[in-house]
Design a protein around this ligand. Sequence first.
Ligand code: ZN
Length: 143
Amino acid sequence: MTLAPSDESARVDGIRLFLTVASQRSSLLGGIKVALIVGTVVNLINQGEHLLGLHWSQVSLPKLLVTFCVPFCVSVYNATATRLRFDPGVRAAFSATLTCQKCHREHQVEKGALVPDCGHCASLGERTRWSPKEAASTNSSNS
Ligand SMILES: [Zn+2]
């Protein structure tokens, strides 16, 4: 399957936006907390007799590390996917330019502001589905 240049460009922008949001401090800290709790419990279930008995030669290091990595990745993915949803009536997780998936009109939304319906589509009785086009810079202390 080959993508048209504009589709590929949109995909790269989507991946870049996903990685930008995923690498935010709050996403990573949440992932670390979940990994420490869930990873510790699952490691104790899977290798508890070796860990608690301090039989380090019998502990599988790859299993130990993967058991922490999986909940970390799931947590960061879920936090990012949630932040990238801009449903009308909910507060924006970050400032962004939104594009209506139906009519492709754009709308700027500030972090914490209520996400509106698309004026055009709402007037036609259509349900609004926004997709974030790009995250506005949230770090104004650099300038
Ligand atoms: Zn629209």
